[in-house]
Design a protein around this ligand. Structure first.
Ligand SMILES: CCc1c(F)c(F)c(S(N)(=O)=O)c(F)c1F
Ligand SMILES: [Zn+2]
Length: 262
């Protein structure tokens, strides 16, 4: 693995990240395997509150690791609050992690079981920190809402994203993606597990309060297959490498407690 380049392949994958990012072997790394029966039910944990109504997406981009929908986070127009959080956290972007055909794909697992994909809505603590960059290195800087995607019927709103993926096939491509509200990607229940962890990609900062929803959303194999049409590689590169299996495996719990909303 040369320089700070990293990926999900044999030569630059998760098992090698520690060479350039030693925090990879830290004591609050993500993702983890969630064991529901060992999670502590904490009655003091209130519901999470998503105030996404004034939120507007700006663009969709292929950053060579995932497909990312970015938001205008210049004010507190779209925030997550409540649950384990002491104040509102601003929505910055959301992205996905997924597997190859028919197997694995999520980052968090539940009793060793993987889902086909996992959606991450990334928020930052705009009350305590001035920029996302500053927040991303602080222990209470980020809050990521994780939502599992299970293969089944077509998801009626996900097509708004999968229909745009052909426009960002290559690494480094970006296109306009206005007016998308991720509220339409939520499951019916907001019950969750929560624990303190990290970014699941380099730089792997240990700055994330993870909130993982228990109920997956259902999407079709056809919709999932459109994510796999994306490429890790840029238009100018000779090699075309399909973007799939862009997930980090579960990391040691290191004595951390996972709490359950109920
Ligand atoms: C530095 C930008 C960034 C990511 F690239 C990322 F993958 C994640 S993750 N998978 O932990 O949700 C973040 F939270 C995040 F802030
Ligand atoms: Zn992620």
């Amino acid at each position: 693995m040369t320089g700070n380049h990293w990926g999900y392949g044999k030569e630059d994958g998760p098992y090698l990240w520690h060479t350039n990012y030693p925090i990879a072997k830290g004591n609050r790394q993500s993702p983890i395997d969630i064991l529901p029966h060992e999670a502590l039910h904490d009655p003091s944990l209130g519901p999470i509150i998503l105030k996404y109504d004034r939120c507007t997406s700006s663009n969709i981009t292929n950053n060579g690791h995932s497909v990312v929908v970015e938001f205008d986070d210049s004010d507190d127009r779209s925030v997550i609050q409540g649950g384990p959080l002491d104040n509102p956290y601003r929505l910055k972007q959301f992205h996905f992690h997924w597997g190859g055909k028919g197997c694995c794909g999520s980052e968090h697992t539940v009793e060793g079981n993987s889902y086909a994909s996992e959606l991450h809505l990334v928020h930052w603590n705009g009350v305590k920190y001035k920029t996302f960059g500053e927040a991303s290195t602080a222990p209470d800087g980020l809050a990521v809402l994780g939502i599992f995607l299970e293969a089944g019927d077509d998801h009626r709103w996900l097509h708004m994203i999968t229909d745009a993926l052909y426009m960002v096939k290559f690494k480094g491509s970006v296109t306009n993606f206005k007016g998308f509200n991720p509220k339409c990607l939520l499951p019916s229940s907001l019950h969750y597990w929560t624990y303190l962890g990290s970014l699941t990609t380099p730089p792997l900062h240990e700055s994330v309060a993870w909130i993982v929803l228990k109920e997956p959303i259902v999407v079709s194999e056809k919709q999932l297959s459109k994510f796999r049409m994306l490429l890790f590689t840029g238009e100018e590169e000779d090699q075309r490498i399909r973007m799939e299996n862009n997930f980090r495996p579960p990391q040691p719990l290191q004595g951390r407690k996972v709490r359950s909303s109920n």
